[in-house]
Design a protein around this ligand. Structure first.
Ligand code: NAD
Length: 311
């Protein structure tokens, strides 16, 4: 049987909670990784004081570089090979677009919005080489919709590889083909996830939130509704759904803060807006508790505060 070639060069677009974690995982598996985000729209106070300009490369790469610095601080050496960080190069999608042509696998991990993902895929298509794998880390947007407007070559080379949070610990990857994904693309993505990254791969259909998030998000919404109707506190729910159930670090609200409450709202909306079942639409209504926190900007660990506040 023909063996699939090993991937040596990858790019990850979006350097947030998942993009940074996926980049670390790919680099730890030996790949050279280009990690791209958007150039910031304004200077930070520190940059202004230092007389920097929005055109400076360091400023334009700030988001990806900050994620990389956080990875270097936080990733326990026992879990990762010591020099993995050196294999990740930070950049931004505007200045480094052409460099995507060097990658054998491009992983998209930008914010969970169809319009933004579609615009990123249009940019990727403009520099796409034959044979380059392109995958999205969406939590459950439609694969077909994300590829809408792209040409045949892109659509053949594109699928979803849905990693779970945190990518270093979670073994599962959902692999989801679109209507035009080439079987060879699926074979190569599966081989990369299983053989190079050590993940277990489940093939899922292109349905809202695929398999794990359809069930998991429903479970989280049910827990929030139960908290409300029983008059429980966040701490009480986490005490019941945490250590007592063998989940010391991933009790319900600790987990939601880690996921990101803005991302969770997008994921909830995605099922509700695509569902044709009234009961399901009601079950996937936005919980007011979540909306209130997101409106205040308390979107979880990445912002410093969510259900739990960092003192
Ligand atoms: P996040 O908010 O932490 O990060 C998103 C990043 O995308 C930000 O750094 C943002 O600056 C960047 N970005 C936005 N627009 C961009 C553009 N046009 N070009 C380049 N970068 C851009 O979000 P996240 O939690 O990392 O989620 C990323 C993806 O992974 C989403 O599709 C999400 O649904 C999915 N996902 C999230 C989780 C989770 O637990 N958070 C788990 C599995 C999958």
């Amino acid at each position: 049987m023909r063996s699939t070639p090993t991937i040596r060069r990858a790019a990850v677009i979006g350097s947030g909670v998942m993009g940074a974690g996926i980049a670390a995982h790919l680099a730890n598996a030996g790949m050279q990784v280009l990690l791209l985000d958007v150039p910031p729209a304004a200077l930070s106070e520190q940059e202004t004081r230092a007389g920097a300009s929005l055109q400076d490369r360091a400023v334009r790469n700030r988001l990806a570089a900050a994620s990389l610095a956080k990875l270097a601080r936080n990733e326990p050496p026992a879990l990762y090979e010591a020099s993995f960080i050196k294999r990740i190069t930070p950049g931004n999608l505007e200045d480094d677009l052409e460099r995507l042509g060097e990658a054998e696998w491009i992983v998209e991990a930008v914010v969970e919005r169809l319009d933004i993902k579609q615009s990123v895929f249009a940019r990727i298509e403009s520099v796409l080489k034959p044979g380059t794998l392109v995958s999205s880390n969406t939590s459950g947007l439609s694969v077909a919709a994300m590829a809408e407007g792209r040409g045949e070559a892109f659509r053949k080379q594109f699928a979803v590889t849905h990693f779970f949070n945190p990518p270093r610990h979670m073994k599962l990857v959902e692999l989801v083909p679109g209507p035009d994904t080439d079987p060879d693309t699926l074979t190569r993505l599966r081989a990369a996830c299983e053989k190079q990254l050590g993940k277990g791969v489940v093939l899922a259909k292109d349905t809202p939130n695929f398999i794990a998030n359809r069930i998991g998000t429903y479970g989280m919404l049910t827990t929030i509704a139960a908290m409300r109707s029983f008059g429980l506190s966040v701490d009480e729910v986490d005490a019941l759904t945490g250590p007592a159930m063998g989940r010391p670090k991933t009790a319900t609200f600790r987990m939601l803060d880690l996921v990101g409450l803005d991302t969770l709202l997008h994921v909830v909306d995605n099922v509700r807006e695509r569902s044709e079942d009234d009961e399901e639409r009601a079950a996937f209504a936005r919980p007011p508790e979540l909306e209130a926190l997101v409106a205040k900007g308390w979107i979880g660990e990445k912002a410093g505060s969510g259900f739990y506040r960092k003192i």
